[in-house]
Design a protein around this ligand. Sequence first.
Ligand code: NAD
Length: 479
Amino acid sequence: MLKIQNYINGELVSPVSNTYLDNYNPSKGEVYSLIPDSENTDVEKAYNAAADAFNGWASTPKEERSRILLKLADLIDENHEELAKAEATDNGKPLFLAKMVDIPRASANIRFFATAVIHNPSESYHMEEGYTNYVLKQPIGVVGCISPWNLPLYLFTWKIAPAIASGNCVVAKPSEVTPYTAYLFSKLCIEAGLPKGVLNIVHGLGTSAGDAIVSHKNIKAISFTGGTATGRIIAKKCAEEFKKVSLELGGKNPNIIFDDCDFDKMLKTTLQSSFANQGQICLCGSRIFIQEGIYEKFKTAFIEKLKSHKVGNPFDTETKMGALVSKDHLEKVLSYVALAKEEGGKILFGGNRLTIEGFENGYYMEPTVIEGLPFNCRTNQEEIFGPVVTLIPFKTEGEVLSYANSTPYGLSATVWTQDVSKAQRMAKNLDAGIVWINCWLVRDLRTPFGGVKQSGVGREGGFRALNFFTEPKNVCLKY
Ligand code: NAD
């Protein structure tokens, strides 16, 4: 069976304890590989390699760092097919999605920061009294990057690329649920000639390997994407050591549909924003608010569309939704459907686990649509992170704003209307780090990315990510 290895000091190595965890293929519900169950000792080795590499990498001209990263991006593109298949196998997502989104975005992330670092401006301030100030942006040192399972290589590279491009050395941990593409990526780093120790990938559980990274006294900054509960633990630990921290956390995003929207465009995109990646995207719009005048029309059309929304083998070209990522996660999502029923919700479509012929043990579930729940019940307040949406009617702008802003989260929001003024009023008043008007999931990598309230702290994207991974030092000179 395939044994995934840690990537430390430029080499693929076993964990010190030589113990491994099972890694499942969710589309079959079967173990198909093993991953290192790394601990403190592995993180210590990774830290030492990163610390040894730091001075050399930080003083390498940024054009040279950029050249190596661009080579890495090219290698991702050259291995597109293998990486996409690995992602679909490891995560359960449809192969078409991995090919179209996950893998191209991984190389785009690296290419973006490889070039951004060359153009990242600095500041200077001149004083009439004969002083001038300029700002050095210096790499922090050894930093930690921890990522989740829903967009494995996509989010892993989104953190690592700005960290390395800025001259830091990294100890990184992908999710233990989806480690495979990070392992393949480590092989590409070797092929690209990334100097040893610049990036170290330690596989294992959050509570052991992840915690060892966060708690390490000399790992000076943590960039984390994952659940809000984990983010809270990490924020507390980082506070004790005054570590720089960036947290991209959960969401419970509103999709707000006014009756003057372009109905067909809205319907097509709402199908995606509800169920893409089995609803396991932090930006999915799981609360759908529909203005009264088109509520029935929307409901009928949406459910009609779902009848041909095929769930099945991720490798089948007809498949729109693959398997959920794990048995535990499937059970969690199904428990929310049970909760919705207890709370008085009516299941309009789906709601059940699905058995797929030839893949009987896979973690499949029907796309699920629920109505009849108040905006403030648990189903409408807690993140489910699966193929489950609720439909909630509303009358006025003010009413839907109060519903939309009622959760502890504030990651993204989508608004559908043809009225430009209304769209902009909504955008201004929504509690969200990202607002999409008449579109969804469109990303310009230069723009700020992140959430308000319990959806996160800080922003990624563009120069903001490079600035997170550097310390600005003001130098004041008398002349
Ligand atoms: P998670 O918080 O369980 O795990 C994320 C990562 O943190 C994993 O690598 C895990 O091993 C590690 N981890 C867990 N406990 C840890 C600890 N105590 N110390 C250090 N590391 C620890 O999240 P998940 O289930 O993998 O991902 C789903 C969540 O991620 C959802 O809430 C989703 O909304 C969120 N998410 C947010 C964004 C965003 O950009 N805001 C993007 C994707 C996913």
